[in-house]
Design a protein around this ligand. Structure first.
Ligand SMILES: NC(=O)c1ccc[n+]([C@@H]2O[C@H](COP(=O)([O-])OP(=O)(O)OC[C@H]3O[C@@H](n4cnc5c(N)ncnc54)[C@H](OP(=O)(O)O)[C@@H]3O)[C@@H](O)[C@H]2O)c1
Length: 326
């Protein structure tokens, strides 16, 4: 019998339940997939706590890798026995499971150079890094960026990729140990935002100019400091809100702080076009398969330990990527 983590009400990690589930046969356009590894993403906590409203009860998780067991009518992009990975949003909910039905469209075939574990650790975080590095801004070698939560899952991939592009990466972290990890993965400088003034340190590190782009995945606690770290006409990228949502503000503030640009992008809008998705995945697989970017899987969990996994992620105990191994 297949197993899955489901939840019946929104709330803290304790709402997650590990259950037996019936999977059944794939319908038209669907695939039955046996999972080998499942990604644990910060976005999972937004579904769980109601930040992203969804009908209840529901499955948890949006990213996993595995092997195709059966295909439904009309499926042409994958075959039985293919090694695949996926990430998505509402269309892939239910990834915390040993086996499942899923629409075929989000599935990406895995090259031999990428293991199931690496795929589950980077399909969401790596594709996000791919569009942040290759679609959001026309980076030139020597540009500088401020990267919050630099020792996290997205953080360690972006920092390595940015270094490959010749960018000057200033990372923020909450502990000295995380600072060491960030420095070892491409950050030129780290700022401990538990006790340092981020905008002031960024000005010091950039000769008073500020950075071209800020990647802010922390939200509420860092938003103003991020705006104050940008150079004139710089770009603020609100990647996520790990510390809570950003309060409403008057856009005139962007003018007052140097005619800044602001975007709140979602991965779904950068992989909606199949050709663009294939291009972003291709670059990611190439960097990872050749060893230029290392995917650090620093936490491994069993599916039945999903409650603990969410606690660890939200209490900032994790570094790099976290996966469930089936
Ligand atoms: N927009 C998109 O397309 C997209 C796609 C994927 C992910 N994301 C976002 O990218 C971010 C990173 O995701 P991830 O899965 O790789 O997670 P992660 O970075 O591994 O974990 C979150 C990190 O945020 C930092 N943080 C700062 N304040 C926090 C707080 N009050 N509570 C908890 N953590 C806090 C912590 O690092 P420190 O201890 O060093 O502060 C923590 O380790 C998330 O915000 C996620 O929503 C966005």
């Amino acid at each position: 019998m297949a197993k899955a983590v489901r939840f019946y009400e929104t709330g803290g990690p304790e709402v997650l339940r590990y259950e037996e589930v019936e999977v059944g046969d794939p319908g038209p356009g669907q695939v039955r997939l046996r999972h080998v590894a499942v990604g644990l993403n910060y976005a999972d906590t937004y579904f769980r706590n109601g930040t992203y409203p969804i009908p209840m009860p529901n499955g948890m998780g949006v990213e996993a890798s595995g092997v195709v067991q059966a295909i439904g009518e009309g499926v042409t992009n994958v075959r039985v026995g293919d090694r695949v990975t996926y990430t998505g949003f509402l269309n892939t909910l239910g990834a915390y499971s040993t086996e499942r039905l899923i629409p075929a469209a989000p599935l990406i075939k895995l090259p031999e150079t990428i293991s199931f574990e690496t795929a589950a650790a980077m399909t969401m975080r790596g594709l996000t890094s791919s569009y942040l590095m290759r679609r959001i801004y026309d980076f030139k070698a020597g540009d500088s960026i401020l990267l919050h939560a630099a020792a996290g899952g997205v953080g360690l991939i972006v920092s390595q990729w940015a270094k490959l592009l010749g960018l000057n990466v200033i990372g923020t972290v909450s502990t000295e140990a995380k600072g060491e990890i960030a420095l070892a993965h491409g950050c030129e400088h780290v700022i401990n935002y538990s006790h340092e003034d981020v905008a002031q340190r960024v000005r010091e590190l950039t000769d008073g100019v500020g950075v071209n782009v800020v990647f802010d995945s922390v939200g509420k606690n860092t938003f103003m400091g991020s705006l104050d770290s940008l150079k004139r006409r710089g770009l603020m990228v609100c990647v996520g809100t790990a510390s809570g949502p950003i309060p409403a503000f008057d856009p005139v503030m962007l003018a007052m702080k140097g005619s800044l640009f602001l975007t709140r992008p979602a991965l779904a809008d950068y992989i909606a076009d199949p050709a663009e998705k294939a291009a972003l995945a291709g670059e990611l697989f190439d960097h990872v398969g050749s060893g230029r970017i290392k995917i650090e899987i620093n936490q491994h969990y069993a599916l039945q330990d999903a409650v603990q996994a969410h606690r660890d992620l939200e209490s900032r105990k994790t570094t790099g990527s976290s996966i469930f191994v089936i």
